[in-house]
Each structure stands twice: as C-alpha cells, then as structure tokens.
Design a binder for this molecule. Structure first.
Ligand code: C5P
Length: 398
C-alpha cells in the first residue's frame, strides 16, 4: 500500500501518456498523493484538465509560471516527494536526464532533485535500440535511476519489439518496491543471475541450463526488505523482478564489467552460472560446415567474477556470497571453494539430475560460513531467497 506516500509524476510526451491517467487512478486507490507535471509535448496526448481531475491536484506545467514559483519553487517541488516517477519516459526526456539538461519544468525538476527517480521508458523500438539511447540508459542506471520496463510488444506505430511502456499495475509494483521500508533500506546490494552466453561465431554460442530463477528470487527478496538492488543478469528464462536496477549482459566478460561498474556495494550475491570458458577467438563469420573436417574450438578461461570481487583489497563489499552447484561431496567441495575464492558465505546445493533442482522450483541448500555448514530443509527457491535475504539483513545491520 502507498498510504501517505507522495509521488511526483512527470508525464512525458508519448502516446503511452494515456496509460498514465490509469496509473494516477491506481496510485490514488492505494492511498498515494499524486502531484502531476506535464511536459509541453505531453499536453498533446492528455489534457491538463483530465490529469488534474484524476489526480485531484493542480497540474504543474511551466517553469516560468511565477504564480507557481511564488506558491512552491521548482526546487522545493522536486524535493517534496517520496519518489519521482517519469511515465512515459520518452527518449528525449531520458537524453536530457542523462546529460543534465534543464530547459523546461520536467527536466529542471529532475536535475534539481535529490529524491529517487523511477522511469518507465516508452518509445519506438528503433529509438530504444539506438546506440545513443542505450548509452543514455547505461548512464542513468549508473546515476542510480530506477527503471521499470519497457515491455516487448506491438506498438502504436505498428512495429514490434521493446519500447512499450509497462502497464500501470507493473509501474505501481515498481513504485511500491522503491518505497518499501525495511531493514535493508539505504543498502546497495548487487546480485548476479542467469547463465552467460559465450559466442562461438555470430550465430552459435556456449550456454548452460541456469534459468535465473534463484538469482531473481534473491533480488526480489532483498528488494522486498528495502535494499537498492542492482541485478546483473545473463540471458535468463525468468524475467527480472520489478523495482530493481537491471543490467543485461551476455558474456562473462560483460558481466564482470557490469559488476565492476556497480561497485561499491554493501553486499554482493553471485548467483549467476558463469561459463568457465569462452571460445578463445570468436569467429567473425559463421563457421561453415566442411565435408570431412570438424572445427576445433580452442578455449580460454573466463574471469572468475566472484573471486575477483572477493579478493579486492579496496572497495570489497562488506559481505560477498557465492554459490556452489555440486554433484558430489557437496559440503567438502563448497567449503574448499569458499576458501579458494575468498568469499564470506557459500550457498551450496546438490544439482545431480535426481534432485530436480536445476531448472526446478525447489532447492535444498547448505549455508557455509565462518560458523561452519548449516543445512536448510528442502523448500521453494522463493523461500530459500527470503531466508537468505533475512540472514543478509541480520548480518549487515548487526
Ligand atoms: O567455480 P564455480 O563456478 O563452481 O563457482 C560458483 C560460484 O562462483 C558462483 O557464485 C558463481 O556465480 C561464481 N562464478 C563467478 N565467475 C566465474 C565462475 C563462477 O562469479 N567465472
């Protein structure tokens, strides 16, 4: 519930602005107070009158409106909220945010604020995929801006792909996650998840069967306790949780770079199933089938992300947690792994096919720490995640 929470809602100029009317209604149903800000372009899509009526609040539109300045200056307006939500966040608005431009009320509020900002991108798929937009998103993520969506689907322009603004209830879920109070409020926690894909040539790659389910559940549980979660994920089967900062990568090398970018953090949980090896030199062209000759792949070792972060002498997270998926002598192997990598805890599990754990919904883990090995009963991956998140909260707040 959002009772008493103050949301400054900036509505950008995109066709998805019509969904923001429903968003206002959903937020108010949950007890939030919504202060709307419309960009000039947004007024082409929704009228200030309908926005004001739904919000039950004056609509702010113009930086140079002296009445408004007398009433409440833009600096104060930008800081009086518990959360600033930009929906739809157009390519233009995100470009302004990424570059610190302040040429209208919306962009000025975004530059003047020290309140957390959640953006719901909405734009044509080509605009979304344009290198400039990709660059702007990476910069905004680095600045701590939270993202929800976009979804993939058919767009108003008739094209298909990522760029559809999240649905109002998805945005509400992300807002609730961002405003959640909990023992981990104000803590920054990194979670890696999913497999990595290591390219052989432009069409083939080496992968593994990790679904990303356990890492996703952990990120969600930590966010539920109020943590700011940076979720670095390989190409997983399950979608990333709402309300966390998502960084999508393909390869182990990209995952290491994303992890380094995310530091410093209070804790880092390495749940990804990172490929141990990559193909030494990725072929620039598709490797052709040649009668009577088999291709020979030469491998190179991937960086060990967990070990790299665990062994940092400066900027090491206060708590580093690794995973050990084993098929024999689970505790012995995992204990040795903990020492070898230098992490604080290892969450060990038996992934022999008979256990049904790999790709399944349940997990049976042993937590290995300085205190020794602690067996947890078999439970769902969500329950493992919540118990682990509770333990992390206890440790960080001790
Ligand atoms: O050595 P092994 O792959 O069994 O170690 C598993 C743990 O190490 C997991 O926490 C995994 O996320 C992490 N890891 C990593 N980078 C690698 C290999 C594994 O961070 N290259």
């Amino acid at each position: 519930m959002l009772g008493g929470k103050r949301i400054l809602l900036i509505i950008g100029g995109g066709i998805a602005a019509f969904k923001s009317l429903d968003l206002i209604r959903r937020l108010r149903e949950r007890g939030a107070e919504v202060t709307p800000v419309l960009t000039r372009a947004a007024e082409e899509f929704v009228t200030p009158l309908s926005v004001a009526a739904l919000a039950g609040h004056k609509v702010y539109r113009d930086l140079f409106d002296l009445t408004e300045e007398a009433e409440m200056g833009h600096i104060e307006l930008s800081r009086s909220a518990d959360l600033i939500v930009v929906a739809p966040a157009t390519a233009d608005l995100m470009a302004k945010m990424a570059n610190g431009l302040a040429d209208d009320l919306a962009s000025t509020l975004l530059l003047a604020t020290d309140t957390r900002v959640l953006v719901a991108p909405a734009m044509n798929v080509r605009m979304y995929d344009h290198p400039a937009s990709v660059r702007n998103r990476a910069r905004l993520a680095g600045d701590g801006i939270l993202f929800v969506g976009p979804n993939e689907g058919t767009m108003a322009c008739g094209e298909f792909g990522p760029g559809r603004m999240s649905e109002p209830l998805e945005i509400v879920a992300a807002i609730e996650a961002a405003l959640r109070d909990g023992p981990l409020k104000g803590r920054r926690i990194l979670v890696t998840s999913g497999p990595t894909h290591e390219p052989i040539d432009p069409v083939r790659y080496i992968a593994n069967r990790s679904s990303g389910a356990q890492g996703t559940a952990i990120a969600s549980a930590l966010s539920g306790l109020g943590a700011d979660v940076i979720f670095v994920t390989g190409p997983a089967d399950v979608p990333p949780p709402e309300g966390v900062q998502v960084v999508k990568v393909q390869t182990a090398a990209q995952m290491l770079a994303a992890v380094e970018d995310a530091l410093p953090v209070d804790a880092a949980i390495f749940a990804a199933a990172v490929a141990d090896w990559r193909v030494a030199s990725e072929a620039g062209q598709k490797i052709k089938k040649v009668a009577g000759a088999l291709p020979v792949l030469e491998f190179a070792e991937n960086p060990d992300i967990l070990a790299t972060v665990s062994q940092k002498t400066t900027g090491r997270p206060g708590l580093v947690v690794g995973f050990a998926a084993e098929t024999t002598d689970v505790v012995a192997h995992a204990t040795a792994k903990r020492a070898r990598k230098g992490c604080d805890w290892i969450v060990a599990n038996d992934v022999s096919p008979a256990t049904g754990i790999m790709g399944g919904t349940e997990n049976a883990v042993t937590l290995i720490s300085d205190a020794g090995a602690e067996d947890w009963p078999r439970m769902t991956k969500d329950q493992v995640a919540r118990r682990l998140a509770d333990r992390i909260a206890e440790t960080l707040t001790a």
